[in-house]
Design a binder for this molecule. Structure first.
Ligand SMILES: Nc1nc2c(c(=O)[nH]1)N[C@H]1C(S)=C(S)[C@@H](COP(=O)(O)OP(=O)(O)OC[C@H]3O[C@@H](n4cnc5c(=O)[nH]c(N)nc54)[C@H](O)[C@@H]3O)O[C@H]1N2
Ligand SMILES: Nc1nc2c(c(=O)[nH]1)N[C@H]1C(S)=C(S)[C@@H](COP(=O)(O)OP(=O)(O)OC[C@H]3O[C@@H](n4cnc5c(=O)[nH]c(N)nc54)[C@H](O)[C@@H]3O)O[C@H]1N2
Ligand code: SF4
Ligand SMILES: [Mo]
Length: 732
């Protein structure tokens, strides 16, 4: 049987897969042993690639709303409708009346990386909402403020570190996030084998926590206090040593002052972690020959998310671990712009350049909080969203108060969804444009190579040709851009040509660019690639730091190893000072809020999420082998809480919070700490009008219905999805 390679798009680990093909059908999947990065690793999700690819519920043609119902239509008809309806909304109500929602899988497709920036540039709307404000926006904000670049996100140098402190991440089930590492579990085991230590801070005893030398079951939402106390101890005990970084950092004394109140004794009660443990954590971190602090979703989607993410890197800096091998390092992807040769002041990172219309939430990275999408659609007035484009997003399940958003989507004048499924969100669209299954798409990780623990580049062309009637997702995006800009029906390659032209016009004037001084037309003519997307990849590789080309990547189907991570400070810094700014103004201004947390009484019961190895947010529940076994939507409750509340294993409970209430089966387990219950997200597939039979047969409940969208981390606009108070009672 013939085989073909495909990088797995199902999580951030980006494993190389070897697909066995029978014609155009994927009949087998294994890890590609020759992949320079993943070396044969595969997980159950990757192994289900064939089943997912062949899902009979995937849409095969566009759907278009006619007399209220979504019916199959041709591509031309679908784009014509967009071209007729969407520009009218802009004409009548202005650019901001068109909202754009970008969901998670955009970072897992080439189309999602290459075209949405062009679409947004053409629409000139400020009504942009993405999964980032349900996820990692606090990290972008803290990196923007400290390093001057929202994408300068350090990752733990997993292969070389001697000590890893994990805050609110469970890579054994998630396979890692903002830290692209195939076989993350194996890397943690290797760390322990070489004598290193692993500490996990998590209110649940996760599979990752079980692997750790030390598990700290913190009270949810309190990590910023814990980390502030660690910083305090570093100063108080003289354990801080910035090493080679010292000359590039400012604000060290200011941080000392800022954390003065946060002694281990002061935070112990709120965190429910004793002072001796806090001191031990700080001493271990400082004593390790190389260490990294790494925080993810549990430290991000919380009330003090930006402060937590800031403190993670303050600890990395103060222990001399930022930007050194074995510490927290900045990857350098093959498609990143070639670095400036000399360091110097940059433009810095601005926050809150405008605010949302209804609640006045400050923008972050050009985005408004996803939690504010419904009110921006519902509330009359200038700038009200009347048309929406959703790309790879299912906010009805992923964002707070899905019922409200569901109603709001129903009120829109016009909606387009680029999505393979007719689901909870896309069912409101007037036009659904379905991308082909993943075996029919090429892949390059524009996003995740920037967070990879080892520099490398891999490209896998589409393993299987496009089925008749299908359209590549890159072409869908390009045609969508043409349709909304009054160029419907033009050659989609024109979009790519325009981007190439603009990129080169700038590059040829920049002395550090490999294209400096060249003729842009000639340079463009030298690009290779069969499609516009390939040509743009070729250009980015050529202009990138390793001087690669598409042809060279194609000559190395298992990838090109670009070596271990290398120090990048100070070149990488883009702050106005040209240095690492350890106590940025907006952070200092948010610290009084953290001080109030020292005195607030703890809620009796709070809810946190969890991920299952065989899940992926809201859209993999339609794959039978993944939606099975222990991958269930249950409310995990500690035995003591179960006794106190009269709950029994397997029996239904009612969960209530400010956004609504749910009925869900109880699972009694001591893997959650006392005072904490856990419910996974992405479930609740029981709405009418969807076409996902497997998911609908085992729907689960939507945890985000418990939220009303008012709990946000104020600096980043990120929804609080973890650590909010709930009432739980038995249903008799
Ligand atoms: N309570 C709670 N809520 C959470 C979270 C949590 O931990 N707890 N996690 C949050 C996080 S981290 C995230 S990232 C968000 C994710 O939330 P979303 O951004 O909504 O992403 P998904 O749920 O993954 O749904 C993505 C959509 O993309 C579609 N899709 C799949 N593949 C493709 C493709 O190749 N192309 C296109 N165009 N579409 C595709 C799917 O059909 C689905 O409709 O959820 C957030 N919501
Ligand atoms: N199998 C699977 N893999 C996935 C996904 C999936 O849905 N399923 N989603 C993908 C996406 S979009 C993302 S963003 C990543 C996320 O990757 P991770 O961040 O590793 O995943 P989570 O399982 O959300 O881990 C968060 C952990 O934080 C803990 N936690 C909750 N509240 C707190 C708190 O207040 N403090 C602390 N210290 N811990 C807390 C939770 O118990 C949980 O174990 O996973 C990706 N990979
Ligand atoms: S770990 Fe992630 S990238 Fe690797 S096979 Fe599993 S789902 Fe795919
Ligand atoms: Mo995410």
């Amino acid at each position: 049987m013939p085989t073909a390679l495909r990088i797995c798009p199902l999580c951030e680990a980006t494993c190389g897969l070897t697909l066995t093909l029978d014609g155009t059908r994927v009949t087998g999947v294994r890890g590609d042993r020759d992949d320079v990065f993943s070396q044969g690793f595969i997980c159950p999700k990757g192994a289900s690639f064939g089943e997912l690819d062949a899902d009979p519920d995937r849409l095969r043609t566009p759907l278009v709303r006619k007399e209220g119902a979504l019916v199959e239509a041709g591509w031309e008809e679908a784009f014509d409708l967009v071209a007729r309806r969407l520009p009218l909304v802009v004409e009548r109500h202005g650019a901001d009346a068109v909202g754009v929602v970008l969901g998670n899988p955009n970072v897992h497709t080439m189309a999602g990386a290459l075209y949405p920036p062009v679409l947004l540039g053409a629409l000139r709307t400020r009504s942009l909402f993405t999964a980032s404000t349900l996820d990692q926006m606090p990290k972008h904000v803290s990196s923007g403020l400290m390093f001057g670049d929202a994408f300068a996100i350090p990752v733990p140098d997993l292969d070389r570190t001697a000590h890893l402190l994990v805050i609110g991440a469970n890579p054994l089930d998630s396979n890692g996030s903002l830290c692209t590492a195939p076989d993350f579990p194996g890397k943690l085991k290797a760390l322990r084998k070489r004598g290193g230590t692993l500490t996990v801070v998590d209110p649940r005893r996760t599979r990752t926590a079980r692997l750790a030398d030390r598990h700290v079951a913190i009270r949810p939402g309190m990590d910023a206090l814990l980390l502030a106390a660690l910083v305090h101890v570093l100063y108080a005990e003289g354990l801080s040593d910035l090493g080679a970084l010292a000359e590039h950092v400012e604000g060290v004394e200011e941080v000392r002052q800022a954390v003065r109140e946060f002694t281990p004794e002061a935070v112990a009660g709120a965190c429910d972690v004793d002072a001796a443990t806090i001191r031990a954590l700080a001493r271990e971190l400082a004593a390790a020959p190389a260490a990294a602090v790494y925080g993810r979703v549990g430290g991000s989607t919380v009330a003090y998310g930006t402060l937590t993410n800031w403190l993670v890197d303050v600890l990395n800096v103060l222990t001399g671990n930022l930007d050194r091998p074995g510490g927290a390092m900045f990857p350098l992807s093959a498609t990143a712009p070639a670095p400036r040769p000399a360091a110097g002041p940059g433009k810095g990172f601005a926050l809150g350049r405008w605010a949302s219309r209804v609640s006045g939430h400050p923008e972050a990275k050009g985005e408004l909080p996803m939690a504010a999408l419904a009110e921006e659609i519902e509330t009359p007035g200038e700038g009200r969203i009347r048309a929406l484009i959703t790309i790879a997003a299912n906010p009805v399940l992923s964002a707070p108060d899905g019922d409200r958003l569901d109603r709001a989507l129903g009120e829109l004048d016009f909606m387009v969804s680029v999505d393979p499924y007719l689901n909870e969100t896309s069912r409101h669209a007037d036009v659904i444009l379905p991308p082909p299954p993943p075996a029919q798409s090429a892949h390059f990780d524009f996003a995740f190579n920037g967070f990879a623990v080892h520099n490398q580049a891999r490209y896998t062309p589409a393993p299987v040709p496009l089925e008749a009637g299908r359209m590549d997702e890159c072409e869908i995006h390009a045609r969508l851009i043409l349709a909304v800009t009054g160029m419907d029906g033009a050659d989609p390659g024109a979009v790519d040509d325009m981007v190439i032209e603009r990129t080169l016009a700038k590059a040829v004037t920049e002395p550090h660019s490999p294209a400096y001084g060249q003729d842009p037309k000639e340079y463009a003519a030298g690009l290779t690639g069969r499609t516009g997307a390939e040509r743009r990849l070729d250009l980015m590789l050529r202009l990138g730091p390793y001087g690669l080309t598409l042809d060279r990547l194609k000559e190395h189907p298992h990838g090109i190893d670009l070596g271990p991570l290398k120090p990048r400070v100070p070149q990488l810094l883009k702050t106005r000072s040209g240095r690492v700014e350890l106590l940025p103004g907006p952070i200092a201004a948010d610290l009084p809020r953290l001080r109030t947390a020292l005195r607030e009484p703890a809620a009796e019961l709070v809810l946190v999420g969890r991920r299952h190895l065989r899940s992926n947010n809201s859209w993999l529940h339609n794959v039978p082998t993944l939606n099975s076994g222990t991958n269930t939507c249950t409310l995990q409750v500690h035995p003591d809480d179960a006794t106190r509340l009269g709950l029994t294993d397997g029996a239904p409970a009612r969960v209530k919070a400010e956004g609504g209430e749910l009925t869900v089966p109880v699972e009694v387990t001591d893997t959650v700490r006392k005072g904490v219950v856990s419910l996974p997200h992405g479930w609740g597939h029981d709405r009418p009008g969807t076409r996902m039979a497997v998911a609908a047969a085992r729907p689960g409940v939507n945890v985000n219905q418990l939220l009303d969208g008012t709990r946000l981390d104020p600096l980043s606009g990120t929804a609080v999805l973890n650590g909010f108070p709930v009432d739980v009672s038995a249903l008799h």
